[in-house]
Every structure is written in C-alpha cells, then in structure tokens.
Design a protein around this ligand. Sequence first.
Ligand code: IPD
Length: 314
Amino acid sequence: SKSELEEIYNFALDLGRRAGQILIEGVDKRTGEASGRGDNVEVEKVNAVDIVTQTDLDVEAFVKDEITKKYPSHSFIGEETYSSGSSKEYLIKDDPTWCVDPLDGTVNYTHLFPMFCVSIALVLNGMPVVGVIYQPMLDTTYSAYTGGGAWQDDSHPLKPRRPLPYITNPTSPLPPNAPSGCIFACEWGKDRRGDTPTSALSKKVTSFLNLASELNSRDGKGGMAHGIRSLGSATLDLAYVATGAFDIWWEGGCWEWDVAAGICILREAGGLVTTANPPADWETCRVPEVVLGGRLYLAIRPAGGGKGESGREG
Ligand code: IPD
C-alpha cells in the first residue's frame, strides 16, 4: 500500500544518507594520505577499470545488514554481493528485492571526482518502486516512491518544467520529434575487451561523437547538441535527467543496480526510460517501457505529458 511504501521510502532515505557518511569517511582517510588517489583500490574485477574498493564492500555490508534487520523477508542484490559469486544466478524476481549499488561511480571515487553516490532501490514485480540516490560530497539526495512523487533533498519536487525543444524546420531530414538544443549524456561502461584502437570503447566513443556532430550539422543551425556529458555514474546520470539538467542519456552496458533507483526517480518525475539505440530509434523514446534487467537504456527528461505530479506539496 502507499503508506507501506512511504515507510520503506523513509527508511531508504535515512539509510542512503548514513551509507554516504561511510563514503565520506573513506574520502577523508584517502585525502589525508600522501599517496593520494587510487590507493583505496582493493581488487580489479574483470579488468583495470572494473574496480572495487574496501569502501564499496563496507558500504554494501552496512546497507545489507540494515535492510536484513528491518525487512528480513525481503531479497537483496548488491553489486558486490553479485561479484562475489554468491548470487550469480540472480534474475530480478517478483518478490520484494532490494537492489543496491553501494558506490556508483567507483572510478570517480578513487580519483576524488565528486560524481559518486549510494544508490538504493526496492524492486517489486520487476519494477523499481522506491529509489534513493545520495551524493555525499554535495550532500544531495534524489528520491522517489511510486505514487509519492520525485524529490531533490526530499523537499524540492522534480517535475516537467519545459518541453523538449523539437526540430520545427520542415526541411530538416530528422523525424519531426527529434530533439534539438539538448545536453546529451552517455557512459562508456567498463567493457575493455580487445582494447585496441578499434576496441569496443573506442567504437562507442567514436559513434556517439559522430552522432552528436551529425545531428548538429543536420539541424542546420548547429543547435542539436548544446553539450555532451559523461559523468561516470549511470545512477547520477538518471538523476540529472530527472531534474531536467540532461535531456537524453544513453548507455549500452548497465546492470540493474546501476539504474534501478534512477529509473524509479525519473519515472516519478515524469520522464521516460526505454530501450533504444540512437539515432535510429528516436521515435520509440516516447514509449514508456521499463526494461529493468536489460543492459541497454535510453532516458528522456520530464517534458510534460508524463505523470510529474507529486503526491504532496513541494
Ligand atoms: C559504473 C558506472 C559507470 C557506467 C558503468 C557502471 P560502478 O558503475 O555507473 O558510469 O558506465 O556501466 O557499471 O562500477 O561505478 O558502480
């Protein structure tokens, strides 16, 4: 029920902030050490950019413990729990499941770039119904629960503020709903297999930059992409789409814990999440299909026509 969800939401909000303090303690410790960045890296998982820090493990243990104490019947999946091999067979199930990334933006964290966060979601019947993102270095939360609206710092409602600026030039070769004047965001992921000049990463970078430059020139006014961003945290990307700061975000290699909380927040704010590859599928951006469990995500900011109405006054 709504009141049960609200209670879980308040628990998750408090938990996210407490977990964020552990991240800050890790930062304080590291900045005090002479060796500087990178010394908190414990293990490289699949490759040199797929890393885990002791702090990842500490925060996940803390969050899991608190959730298990409070909701012993709920299931739990966390990025590090999965990596340790204990739940390799995991698929999002229908029963209440907490989906947690203790530290999204691990590379940022080890480089002391402040775009990292704790990301906590409750998933029910495959849908994220509670989402909390806490960004400790900016002391900012983004949060939502189904029917309760989406919020920054639990006090400022996130909702559609302005329409997406669509191409109106009738001679434009782009479909009529192609967005212009946007900040595009994307992530490069961690897959470095065959890391040569023609590797997956290089291809992704090249194709995304080609896309942006092609869209700019097809617009005829150079106004399609106002900017291109890559923050290094998929969850925070989704939060910034929810606030309207980013217009479009795309990534092709996410895991559930990278996106579950962000999807809940974005949908409650009135934005859309779907699977689509730019630029061929712009049309499908309008289909609000949630795809938790897939690897490919395309998010569009709240632009009117969605829910966007909060369940309470801001
Ligand atoms: C990663 C970040 C990154 C994205 C990767 C994620 P992590 O999560 O969100 O931006 O490109 O796909 O796995 O490892 O920092 O928790």
